[in-house]
Write a protein that binds this ligand. Structure first.
Ligand SMILES: Cc1cc2nc3c(=O)[nH]c(=O)nc-3n(C[C@H](O)[C@H](O)[C@H](O)COP(=O)(O)OP(=O)(O)OC[C@H]3O[C@@H](n4cnc5c(N)ncnc54)[C@H](O)[C@@H]3O)c2cc1C
Length: 585
């Protein structure tokens, strides 16, 4: 491929990894640079709904048609990232009849399979729906795992020769003679087995063409090149509940509003969302009222949510864009369509195009359009194959089923492992070693953890993204340290300790917004496990002292205070004195 044009893609979200895959498959040389991990931006902070298009069937029919088309494609090429839960648009007494009918008609006009259900039929599917639900429309919504999908796209791009460079932030866009000729990146230390550049070092990467796929940050890259890309970042909150209270995507059937969708995800459901314009995609308030709004409003649809435990909340920013002069004030009215901004046509700056707007569900189509555009710059006629060629690990569902049969994996744990691994299940799970469950909530076994470590190295956050370990009910309380222990003996103790700290900090970020009720108890338990038991809040200096194990083994009078142990003389297994043996309760 040395003679093929070299394209540099900025951004490792769904759009950037999709573009890298498409261009690499068409034979172009590709480098993708991402300032964080893959999915670091909005893609790692979205609702996980594989749209059927039903949501846009009234307000934006072209988008609705794209969604149903891509919904079908992703079910084929990314079977191991999609769970076809189905979806319901549910009407409550104060939701307008006219709108219900418009939704039904709109779905049919857009080719979205849609069936009207009575309240009883809807409750047969979702027994926890509110008693006053009047009727519903059934559509093929699904749940999609953005982490797995992005990794699969990047892996595929790499198989086709692309260079995927994470932890490489673009700090400048190189413009020479009025033309974009590449970017300058600053390297950071990052996870994974790849050879990392020296943190803090910079690298100028020259390219024949640059694609700015940095989402809500596209304006910043534009500014570096001297052009204006007026992205209008809009934030939304999502709240994760402790169990899977519904198995179907539940939407409120009304024109528009905050907090109108519940998406089942693995062992949880995610409530969402809001839509509020922000100035800076890296700095915006995360407020409690937003979380409260999710729970209060969505429990009108599914009342048990009010009593359920919320385990964390997180926020994302949409990379919305509208052409200059449109003048939309309300961000909910800004189109969800995507735009290619060819800076040669638009700003007289050849060598770079930005792609903004759009949705996760339509990422592949967006990638196809921009890859067509890039190829046209070089007179390349290779056609797009991303809609036909399955992503790594996702040949088809029957492969998945065969693997489950082969391993006798009928248990929920085995089923989940095989669903996550897809066609790699054989390779990963065929182990002669003991294979206990490391993460109980998400049912992730040691074999998967070891496989993840072999691919992402000592970064436990990268391991989390690959496997989902630590993303369940306990939010890592019971498994973070087990994950860290799996780093041994390949990695030394300071590396494992640092990785554990990073993972635990990441988990804590979202838990901060769920500190009440049972989740508060869980957080206290997590604190006790990690800070107290593991002495993580201890004096770091004390950690250097050698432990006197004899003090533990020596029994009463050694580990415990003299006077205390002397009271009964009974020795517990840990060398202390059992309270009840001293007559205490
Ligand atoms: C609250 C919310 C809910 C959503 N729910 C859904 C949903 O359910 N279904 C759906 O289809 N869509 C949904 N979306 C929309 C969807 O998430 C986004 O459209 C999509 O993820 C955008 O992907 P992207 O790759 O364009 O951007 P991003 O994922 O943000 O990727 C851009 C990347 O560029 C990187 N970057 C930025 N600056 C630099 C730099 N200087 N150097 C190198 N890299 C840089 C960032 O770190 C980032 O990783 C939702 C969005 C939000 C906010």
């Amino acid at each position: 491929m040395t003679d093929s044009p070299h394209v540099l893609v900025v951004g490792g979200g769904s759009t950037g990894t999709g573009i890298a895959r498409d261009l690499a498959m068409r034979g172009l040389g590709v480098t993708l640079v991402e300032r964080g991990n893959l999915t670091h931006g909005t893609t790692g902070r979205m609702h996980g709904l594989l749209h059927s298009g039903g949501r846009y069937a009234v307000s934006d029919q072209p988008s609705a048609k794209e969604c149903i088309e891509e919904n079908r494609v992703l079910r084929d090429i990314a079977a191991h990232c999609v769970e076809m839960t189905g979806g319901l648009f549910v009407q409550k007494p104060d939701d307008p009849d006219d709108y219900f009918q418009e939704k039904l008609d709109g779905c049919r006009e857009c080719g979205i399979p849609a069936e009207e259900l009575t309240a009883d039929e809807a409750r047969e599917i979702e027994p926890y729906l509110a008693k006053d639900v009047e009727r519903a429309i059934k559509v093929p919504d699904g749940a999609i795992d953005p982490f797995r999908l992005c990794v699969a796209n990047a892996a595929s791009a790499q198989e086709y020769g692309a260079r995927i460079e994470t932890h490489a932030e673009v700090v400048d866009v190189l413009v020479e003679g009025g033309e974009v000729v590449g970017v300058e990146v600053e390297h950071d230390s990052g996870p994974g087995k790849r050879v990392h550049r020296t943190p803090g070092s910079t690298e100028k990467i020259r390219a024949d063409y640059v694609v700015n796929a940095s989402g809500a940050w596209a304006g910043q890259i534009g500014e570096m090149a001297g052009v204006e890309v007026a992205v209008r970042p809009s934030k939304g909150v999502m709240t994760i509940m402790n169990t899977r209270q519904v198995d179907t995507v539940v939407n409120r059937c009304r024109p528009k509003g905050d907090a109108d969708i519940i998406v089942p995800h693995e062992t949880t459901v995610i409530l969402g969302t809001t839509d509020e314009e922000v100035e800076d995609p890296d700095d915006y308030p995360e407020e409690q009222w937003e979380v409260d709004l999710m729970i209060d409003t969505l429990s009108e649809l599914v009342p048990i949510l009010k009593k359920a435990r919320t385990i964390r909340s997180f926020w994302g920013v949409r990379p919305l864009y509208e052409p200059p002069g449109t003048g939309t004030v309300d961000p909910t009215d800004i189109t969800r369509d995507f735009f290619l901004l060819d800076h040669e046509e638009r700003d007289d700056l050849p060598g770079m195009t930005s792609i903004v707007g759009g949705k996760f569900t339509t990422y592949r189509m967006m990638a196809e359009k921009i890859s067509d555009h890039v190829c046209a710059q070089f007179g390349i006629t290779a056609t797009c194959r991303t809609a036909d060629e399955p992503l790594p690990g996702s040949e088809d569902f029957s492969v998945l089923r065969d693997y489950m049969d082969e391993f006798g994996l009928r248990s929920p744990i085995g089923r989940q492992s095989v669903q996550r691994l897809g066609s790699r299940a054989d390779e990963v799970l065929k182990t002669g070693e003991p294979n206990p469950v490391v993460c109980d909530c998400e049912a992730v076994t040691r074999a998967e953890i070891q496989d993840g470590i072999s691919q992402s190295g000592s970064d436990l956050n990268a391991l989390r993204i690959r496997t989902r370990a630590s993303m369940g009910n306990c939010q890592g309380g019971f498994c973070c340290h087990r994950m860290a222990a799996e780093l041994s003996p390949e990695y030394d103790e300071p590396t494992a300790r640092e990785a554990l700290d990073e993972l635990f900090q990441e988990r804590w970020k979202g838990e901060r917004h769920a500190l009440w009720g049972e989740q508060l108890s869980q957080a206290m338990l997590n604190y006790a496990l990690h800070a107290t038991t593991m002495n993580l809040d201890g004096d770091p200096a004390a950690m250097d002292e050698a432990l006197d194990f004899a003090a533990f083994d020596g029994g009463a009078g050694v580990g415990a205070g003299e006077g205390e142990s002397g009271q009964s003389g009974a020795t517990a297994a840990d060398g202390g004195t059992r309270k009840h043996e001293r007559g205490e309760r």
